[in-house]
Every structure is written in structure tokens, then in C-alpha cells.
Design a protein around this ligand. Structure first.
Ligand code: GLU
Length: 505
């Protein structure tokens, strides 16, 4: 095992740009970064784009965007450079060649000319006869000329590792202690297209980039013995390893982008999760909450708190369940703790995307939005939920659409209720001077007037009395608090909306 006792720690995250960034990339980045920051070391971003078949051009920018959104910042990377670049594997192809030559020369690696068809057939036969699958070493020890004479020859060879019989299968893991992995077969390290496989590239790059701690998903445990062999054969010092537990769906299956929308980081933005809540949640997935003086769990914490006390020994190696209900709860806690101005501005992109507000709202619109935001801040768990609640405040009175379920629920007294409300509210003035007299158009005056008129006057239960009013002003069964909403809308709009619904009954 290595001894990186001197010099700063250097950690990295190494996503493959194969589509929408995976939530696992954020989770890995978070744990890598926490340790790097705590130790005063560096955190690198490396793009592992050697799998050309799955490469997606826009994916790299999305990775940058999502990590920035989460506030998980890197010190070196393809966008900002650094002393050990390039930070994209596809730009490092020349780097790998001498390592491959060295391994071929020392006999630890060999050329393999087997065609994909031959390999498939070999595997099928192994499976049929219940033998362990793995390369049968047909090419090992043969020259190109000798191999050419045998069936299943392909012109361009790959290079494979020659895994020795006594390969060390155990290694130390910072989270798991002593770990044992299954025996590998003769892994391809250089592909026919000239690109290294992950296994060679990761070792060479982590060495050249002076990475001291490799922190990655537990799916790589079985590859670590191969990587340790490469370090040994190449005469390089191996880094420390920590294999993080994989995130799992509630049915314990691995989170995949095909099956779970929450595997895509962009989904969290779309829904209206706050980045700081997601970071907090990702930390909690594999890390215990701190305790307060009374011994109670403190589940809400920021990155700085997390990094300050971070210890690998506290990471729980058991696959955490990705419980979206818990995240939603936590997001609600974060939303309620925002100051009103901050909360209001975080709503803007959602309202703009839904067409409720333009990208350039006026001061008047912003002031109104802030008043509405104050009404909904305790009522939503996701920023996206604000859209239907805010929209009625920014629609012209004659454009307000009454939702079908709200209309169906109006009840038999709706016409009576609206007539009485229109009559009573008509007497409340909305001039500034009336503020002084305490009779102005404000929530308290509206509530006492409507209660006196509808509940006491008409003898209706509150729900039946106020339901039609709510539907008239918001178009929906659910809205922010009614009297405050009417205050914000003002007298002219409110009266127009009451009249409009009445006219349809
Ligand atoms: N490209 C690999 C992945 O996306 C990186 C694994 C590692 O960190 O070594 O999982």
C-alpha cells in the first residue's frame, strides 16, 4: 500500500460524458471535495471520454453546469486548465502509448488479434459448458504471423494484461477496511481504435495527475486488483482507495437514468430542488448527521460543516436508498429558511419558463411577486410548485381560466355567495386614505366583511362560503391564503373576477 504522507492530498472526479450528468457524479464529487477541502488539498475534474460509442458532445458542458449549480467547484479541469493537463482523456492519447510499450516489453501485456466474433463464440461455449468466462489466451505467446494462421483473426490487435496466477485480490479501502475482489481475466488495456480502456487510462492519469486518493463507486471494487497490478508493473506508487456505496432505488436496484428520472441531475433543477438541499441530502445518504447538545440528529447542514469534520471511517458502506420523500422534506426546510428576497428571486426562472413572467419583469411585477412569495413560502416543497400558485396574480382578469375541478366543486350556493360578496365588498374602499380609517382593502377588513356577510349573514359553513370566492379570484381549488390574495390583487381585479364568475352561473 502507498504512503502519501507528504504533500497535499489530490482527489478527482472522473465522469464519462455519456448524456445527462448522473446524480452519482454529484455524489462522488461531494465526498471527494469534502476531503480535499478539509485537508487543504486539491480537487480535479477529469473527463473520461475514451468510450467513443457512448460519447455525447453536449454532456461535458452539462457536467460543468451541474457541478457549478451545486457549488461543487474544482481547482483543475478541462475548462480552467491546470499544471497536469490536458484533463480530457481523448486529448491524452500520446500519454498512454509509452506505458503500453513498457508493459508489452516486460511481458505483462500481450497483443490479441481475436475477432469480436471469435470472442463471442468463446464466451458462449464457456457458458454452455459452465466454465468461468474469460479470455482463453489463444494469442498469448504468438507472433502475428503464427496467430494469422488460426481462425477468428482480426487485422488490428488489442493489448491485454497477462493476469498472473498469484494476483493479489485483497486491498485496503478507506471506508471498508480490507476488501477482497474476484479474480479478473486478461483485461484489454488498449482497444483496436487506439484508445486506452478505462483501466489503463485511470491508472496512468491518476499517476500523472498526482492523485493521492481515488474515491469512486463500489462498482469499481472488482477492477481495483487490476489497477494495483498496473501500478506495480509500471513501478508507480498506488493511491489510497475509497469505494463509495452505490445509490439505490427504494427496491434496492442501482439508480439508472433509464429507470429513474432522479438519476439525471437536470431533473432536480427542473423540479425546483435547491442545490444546497441536494448537497445536504447527498451527504446524508452515506454519512451520519451530526448531533446537537441534546443528542438529537442535526440533519440540515451545509457543505462547510460537512467538510470540517469529514472522516472516511464515518461513511456508511451499505448502499443508501435514494428516498425522494426525504429530499422533498429537506427541500421544504431549506425553502422556509431562505430570506424572502432570495426565495423570490429563486422563483423567477420557474415562472419565466412557465410563461407566467417575462425574463425581464418590471419593478411592479417584482414587488407583487414578493408579496405572493411571502404567502407561499411555507406552502411549497419544490420551487416548481410555485407556478400554479403564482400564475393567477399575473394573468389579466378576463384571461383567468377557471379549472374544471374548481367549477365542478362550486356548490349550489355559489351564485348567492358571489352576489352577497360583490355587494359587501363594493363598500370597502381601496384608497390610501382609507388605510388611516382602518377600512381599507386589506386582508383583515376583507376577512371580517366576508365572514359577517357569508358565514353569519347567509349562515353558510366557511368552506362553502369561501370556496366560490377562491375559485373566482384564483381559478383553482387551491390557492395562497384567500384574503391576502385578494389584498394583493386589489379591489378592481377582485371585483372583476367575482363578476366574471357570477356571469357564468
Ligand atoms: N469514468 C468512471 C465513471 O464514470 C470513473 C471511475 C473512477 O472514478 O475511477 O464511473
Amino acid at each position: 500500500m502507498s504512503k502519501h504522507t507528504l504533500g497535499p492530498v489530490r482527489l478527482r472526479v472522473a465522469p464519462s460524458p455519456t448524456g445527462d450528468p448522473h446524480v452519482g457524479t454529484a455524489y462522488m464529487s461531494l465526498f471527494n471535495l469534502a476531503f480535499a477541502r478539509q485537508q487543504g488539498g486539491q480537487f480535479l475534474l477529469r473527463i473520461e471520454d475514451t468510450d467513443r460509442a457512448r460519447f455525447r458532445h453536449d454532456s461535458e458542458q452539462q457536467v460543468f453546469g451541474m457541478l457549478h449549480w451545486l457549488g461543487l467547484t474544482w481547482d483543475e479541469g478541462p475548462d480552467i486548465g491546470g499544471p497536469v493537463g490536458p484533463y480530457r482523456q481523448s486529448e491524452r492519447l500520446d500519454t498512454y502509448a509509452p506505458y503500453v510499450r513498457k508493459l508489452l516489453k516486460s511481458g505483462h501485456a500481450y497483443h490479441c488479434w481475436c475477432s469480436p466474433e471469435r470472442l463471442a463464440q468463446m464466451r458462449e461455449e464457456q457458458q454452455k459448458s459452465k466454465q468461468p468466462t474469460g479470455y482463453d489466451r489463444l494469442c498469448h505467446g504468438k507472433s502475428e504471423k503464427e496467430r494469422r494462421e488460426l481462425p477468428g483473426f482480426s487485422e488490428t490487435p488489442v493489448v491485454r494484461m497477462l493476469i498472473p496466477d498469484d494476483v493479489e485480490l485483497e486491498f485496503d479501502d478507506l471506508i471498508r477496511g480490507r476488501v477482497s475482489a474476484p479474480r479478473p481475466d486478461d483485461q484489454v488495456i488498449l482497444k483496436a481504435d487506439g484508445f486506452p480502456t478505462y483501466h489503463l487510462a485511470v491508472v496512468v492519469d491518476d499517476h500523472e495527475m498526482k492523485v493521492t486518493h481515488v474515491v469512486r463507486g463500489e462498482e469499481w471494487i472488482s477492477s481495483t486488483p487490476k489497477h494495483l497490478l498496473l501500478y506495480r508493473w509500471l513501478g508507480l506508487e498506488a493511491p489510497h482507495f475509497a469505494h463509495m456505496p452505490l445509490l439505490r432505488n427504494t427496491d434496492k436496484s442501482k439508480i439508472s437514468k433509464r429507470k429513474n428520472p432522479a438519476a439525471r441531475l437536470t431533473w432536480f433543477v427542473e423540479q425546483g430542488y435547491l442545490p444546497e438541499a441536494l448537497v445536504n441530502f447527498l451527504a446524508l445518504l452515506a454519512y451520519p448527521p451530526a448531533q446537537d447538545a441534546q443528542g438529537k440528529d442535526v440533519e440540515k447542514f451545509g457543505f462547510a460543516d460537512f467538510a470540517r469534520d469529514f472522516a472516511w471511517s464515518k461513511v456508511n458502506p451499505v448502499g443508501p436508498i435514494f428516498d425522494l420523500k426525504k429530499l422533498e422534506w429537506l427541500n421544504g426546510v431549506y425553502i422556509r429558511d431562505l430570506d424572502l428576497g432570495d426565495f423570490t428571486s429563486r422563483l423567477l426562472p420557474y415562472l419565466e419558463r412557465a410563461g407566467v413572467l417575462s425574463g425581464n419583469p418590471s419593478l411592479g411585477e417584482l414587488a407583487r411577486l414578493k408579496s405572493v412569495a411571502a404567502l407561499i413560502q411555507t406552502r411549497i416543497a419544490l420551487l416548481g410548485e410555485s407556478v400554479p400558485l403564482v400564475a393567477p396574480f399575473f394573468v389579466a382578469d378576463d384571461q383567468l381560466v377557471i379549472a374544471d375541478d374548481a367549477r365542478a366543486d362550486l356548490g349550489p350556493d355559489a351564485a348567492r355567495v358571489l352576489d352577497a360578496a360583490i355587494h359587501a365588498l363594493g363598500d370597502i374602499d381601496d384608497h390610501l386614505l382609507d388605510l388611516v380609517a382602518g377600512t381599507a382593502w386589506n386582508a383583515a377588513a376583507l376577512e371580517s366583511t366576508l365572514r359577517a356577510t357569508l358565514v353569519d349573514g347567509l349562515g353558510l359553513k366557511a368552506r362553502l362560503a369561501f370556496g366560490p370566492i377562491r375559485t373566482a379570484v384564483s381559478g383553482a381549488k387551491v390557492s395562497p391564503p384567500l384574503f391576502e390574495s385578494m389584498e394583493i390583487l386589489g379591489k378592481t381585479s377582485t371585483m372583476a373576477r367575482l363578476h366574471a364568475l357570477r356571469a357564468t352561473l
